[in-house]
Design a protein around this ligand. Structure first.
Ligand code: NAD
Ligand code: MG
Length: 418
């Protein structure tokens, strides 16, 4: 029997890699639904190539435009608009690739998890913001959550899994951590790994999204440059594997060949290696507990030649420290931090604030709102997310105005001299 696949975030980088892998195994997967935000042409190209049963555009006007294009081409794919339709599409599938970027991915992902669907989790923000509520929802419905994020997937591959866990369909990530001493998350360090703080002050969005090893969406690329991505991943690892943050070490490994490691109590350190190509973790989760071909060439160790490791500098990369703090404060703080970061990153991409201001906005908003009691429901999570986004927007506006003031005062004769 083919699995019905829904790809949330189908026009993105993970969406593309997922469709590439699924197309290699048409005997195993039926593309049930593709879900994206607003870009009609990009979705149309995927509809023509992969012929899904349905597509959903979050933006209603984009859905309307796409519907016209699909009808005029004589294609049979049905088109829907809005978030409720995205939730329906996810719930109808057997397997859901959760790859919408940011908090927008929470609603369809958690709806499918509540029905016990197989969730391939790329959208780390959804897990970070809802935290224990997300984990409990999966436990209650016995939903299997397989980690797509390369680090968490590497850890999953290094951990033992009992055949009983597979047979019983153990909820969440089915793995045994009883003989684990700690986890080691690797980080490339991003494009500014060797920059001084002074150099980082003036980096541009173009420099920040040019990741040295991975081709990814813009938001996660900026998160990789600030190391916020590693911070979100630290929280993601705590939640998926039920560990405290002090059981997770972060190591900078510039080559991105070792995707993460598990240290066992007998001294063994197991690492998963491979090309920096997301089709490997995606194929691993799509085929699990089997394996199948992903289109990724084998690793040539002679070409790699060396693997380097160093400690992350949390003074330069304050977002990593903030994430560690957020997890120790309690479940509201990661939600607040994630929301603030989404606003700060888009303000940076729109050139409204500088690169180092991202961490400042995050810290201010986390200190302001992160110490609240734990949200009791997904509705509470969404309300806290909205409140934190608003607070972050105010900080961004304040930064923008004060930068403007500084720029003007530093260059009082600018208009006259130009
Ligand atoms: P991307 O920017 O390339 O794609 C984002 C996708 O989300 C697009 O299809 C967009 O249309 C869709 N989207 C955005 N807002 C939406 C909304 N409101 N409703 C419906 N769809 C919406 O991002 P990406 O790099 O593919 O990353 C996706 C997720 O996977 C992120 O959470 C990221 O952290 C995670 N992830 C990505 C990688 C990677 O290598 N790209 C690795 C690990 C984890
Ligand atoms: Mg990752």
């Amino acid at each position: 029997m083919k699995q019905k696949l829904c790809v949330l975030g189908a026009t993105g980088s993970i969406g593309d890699s997922t469709l590439d892998v699924a197309a290699r195994h048409p005997d195993l997967f039926e593309i049930h639904a593709l879900v994206a935000n607003i870009r009609v042409d990009e979705m149309l190209a995927r509809v023509e190539r992969f012929r899904p049963n349905k597509v959903v555009m979050n933006d209603e006007a984009a859905a309307q435009q796409l519907r016209q294009q699909i009808v005029s081409r004589g294609l049979s794919t049905q088109v829907f608009g809005g978030q409720a339709a995205a939730i329906d599409a996810a719930c109808e599938a057997d397997t859901v690739m959760a790859a919408i970027v940011g908090a927008a991915g929470l609603a369809p992902t958690i709806a499918a998890a509540r029905l016990g669907r197989r969730i391939l989790l790329a959208n780390k923000e959804a897990l970070v913001m809802a935290g224990p509520l997300f984990v409990q929802a999966c436990r209650d419905s016995n939903a299997l959550v397989l980690p797509i994020d390369s680090e968490h997937n590497a850890i999953f591959q290094c951990l033992p899994v009992s055949t009983e866990a597979i047979a019983k369909r153990q909820a969440l990530v089915p793995s045994d951590l009883s003989r684990v001493s700690h986890l080691v998350l690797t980080a490339s360090g991003g494009p500014f790994r060797d920059y001084t703080l002074q150099q980082m002050e003036s980096v541009t969005p173009e420099q920040a999204v040019a990741h040295p090893n991975w081709a990814m969406g813009r938001k996660i690329s900026v998160d990789s440059a600030t190391l916020m991505n590693k911070g979100l991943e630290l929280i993601e690892a705590c939640l998926l594997y039920g560990l405290n943050a002090d059981k997770i070490e972060v190591v900078v490994h510039p080559q991105s060949i070792i995707h993460s490691m598990v240290q066992f109590i007998d001294g063994s350190l197991l690492a998963q290696m491979g090309q920096p190509d997301m089709r490997t973790p995606i194929a691993h989760c799509m085929a699990w507990p089997d394996r199948f071909e992903a289109g990724v060439p084998p690793l040539n160790l002679l070409k790699v030649a060396r693997l380097d490791f160093k400690e992350p500098d949390e003074l330069k990369f304050a977002c990593l420290k903030l994430a560690r703090q957020a997890y120790s404060i309690g479940p509201a703080a990661p939600c607040v931090l994630n929301a603030a970061n989404e606003i700060a990153v888009s303000a940076f991409l729109e050139r409204k604030i500088g690169f180092l201001d991202i961490a400042h906005v995050n810290e201010i908003v986390m200190n302001l709102l992160g110490h609240q009691l734990a949200p009791q429901s997904i509705e509470d999570v969404l309300a806290l997310n909205d409140q934190s986004r608003q607070a972050a927007q105010q900080e961004v506006d304040r930064f923008t105005n004060s930068h403007f003031a500084i720029t003007q005062s530093q260059h009082p004769l600018r208009d006259l001299t130009e």
